[in-house]
Design a protein around this ligand. Structure first.
Ligand code: GLN
Length: 470
């Protein structure tokens, strides 16, 4: 049997491997890796946490549901005492003074924090190349991109440098790199997982979510991350155990094959979708064909809304409250702020701040921002309607295989268009996940499933049927 999250957990629980041994193995792999998946590795913290877990087990106490598993966190999530750079020069020296809510949950569940994962700068990108700390490489082919923006999260899981990872997804940033690195990733429904302690990019779209090497692992981490948090007022649902939903069966499930998520994808991805459909049918599901017309406009909708929220979120980085400070105090406040931002933000971040400022200016607001918001509500309604006709929706995660490093990084519009399959879930506020389905010439192929708001249980069930049982 291929080893997966269940077997790793059993190994620690029954004493065939200690948490300390597991962590040592992972730290060793990280040390020799050239993927650039981590910005910070916390060897000392990881070793100390492993020793504590082993003691808890030896004393016969419950070490928690993720005991002994090594985990990386995207570098826009606060881990007390560790650097939190958001892969930007702006925050290169910033040390988080407190734990994010998800970080606390992870510690309580017995997982061992290995370090902070590389990412696109402030989560802007689909390729993992905009980091101020250099690009992350794809674990299956280091000449290719790992996807973004949670590039290090997914490369660390796909490359065996972590058992699990927490990423964040605003328009596909968990699902795109998970698909490209052969990992499983879930974008939870907005409001299921607390955003407290994560650096915001576009607050109405984003949230943290799990990355794992199998559906069970993603369901386990989602169970740990989920739950209402008084520090994040949009969370409301109680924490739920999703692992019991990873049964591999799809009895009675109606699966919608969405034309807009299938038409025009590259041949290997189209084959993966067919295969996933067959597996679902074999597991007891019924397939129905559907269309969601406004998905065609999802990319422009997403970029207008995201640019607007992003430029506002970035306003706090002025060199006074956080991070880098330009060397221009004597020239006056405005010059100082402007120099700070010119020096410390990368090109993609600057582009987005400028465009977001433009589309929210009073004279442009109605033509762009207000219009995008209206379109967004139409899209959401279409999704909710289709999710009454089907329990989950099936299609592509990414329209193509991972492209070569450098191929699109200077062509922002082509890069934005790569998000065509992923941004709708964020705009509509539904949950979505990606599962690997085989490979093409050594590169992973994946499919995406969408589920109803807060119906992650059904999503996990369908994902486990696509994965092929257990
Ligand atoms: N690729 C998308 C973007 O560049 C998604 C980013 C994200 O989800 N953080 O905006």
């Amino acid at each position: 049997m291929v080893e997966g999250t269940r077997e790793w957990l059993e190994g620690v629980h029954n004493g065939s491997v200690t948490a300390a041994e597991r962590v040592e193995g992972l730290l060793e792999t990280i040390k020799v890796s050239e993927l650039n998946a981590y910005i910070t590795v916390d060897e000392r913290g990881a070793r100390a946490a492993a020793v504590a877990i082993d003691k808890t087990i030896a004393a016969g106490r419950d070490p928690g549901p993720m005991a002994g598993l090594g985990i990386s966190l995207k570098d826009n999530i606060a881990v007390r005492g560790l650097q939190m750079t958001c892969a930007s020069r702006m925050l290169a020296d910033y040390v988080a003074p407190y734990d994010a809510t998800v970080t606390k949950h992870i510690r309580d569940a017995g997982a061992i924090i290995l370090g902070k994962a590389n990412m696109d700068e402030f989560a802007c990108g689909s390729s993992g190349e905009t980091s101020a700390f250099g690009p992350t490489l794809n674990p299956r082919d280091p000449k290719r991109v790992p996807g973004g923006s949670s590039s290090g999260s997914c490369a660390s899981v796909g490359g065996g440098l972590a058992d699990l990872s927490v990423g964040t997804d605003t328009g596909g940033s968990i699902r795109c790199p998970a698909a490209f690195c052969g990992a499983v990733g879930i974008k939870p429904t907005y409001g299921l997982v607390s955003r407290y302690g994560m650096s915001d990019m576009a607050m109405s779209l984003e949230g943290p979510g799990p990355v794992a090497s199998d559906v069970f692992g993603a369901a386990l981490l989602l169970s740990v991350l989920s739950g209402a948090d008084p520090a994040d007022c949009v969370t409301s649902e109680p924490g739920t155990d999703y692992t019991t939903a990873a049964t591999g069966d799809a009895d009675g499930l109606r699966v919608g094959l969405v034309k807009e998520f299938i038409d025009g994808v590259d041949a290997p991805i189209a084959r993966a979708i067919k295969k996933a459909g067959r597996r679902l049918e074999k597991a007891g599901a019924e397939l129905v064909e559907l269309t969601i017309p406004s998905v065609r406009y999802a990319v422009p909708m997403y970029y207008v809304v995201m640019f607007s929220e992003f430029s506002s979120a970035m306003a706090k980085f002025d060199g006074f409250r956080y991070g880098h400070r330009g060397d221009a105090d004597l020239d006056g406040l405005e010059v100082s702020v402007s120099r700070t931002r010119s020096q410390a933000f990368g090109r993609e971040v600057k582009r987005r701040v400028l465009l977001g400022t433009y589309v929210t200016m009073r004279e442009h607001r109605d033509a762009w921002y207000t219009r995008a918001l209206r379109a967004r509500s139409v899209l959401r309604q279409e999704f909710l309607d289709r999710l009454e006709k089907a329990d989950v929706l099936l299609g592509a995660t990414m329209p193509c295989l991972p492209w070569k490093l450098g191929e699109l990084v200077d062509d922002p519009v082509s890069m934005y268009l790569m998000d065509v399959m992923t941004v709708s879930a964020n705009l509509a506020g539904v949950c979505a996940g990606t599962v690997p389905v085989g490979e093409h010439k050594g590169l992973p192929t994946a499919v995406q499933l969408h589920g109803r708001p807060f119906d992650e249980g059904t999503l996990v069930r369908a994902m486990s049927a696509v994965e092929g049982g257990r």
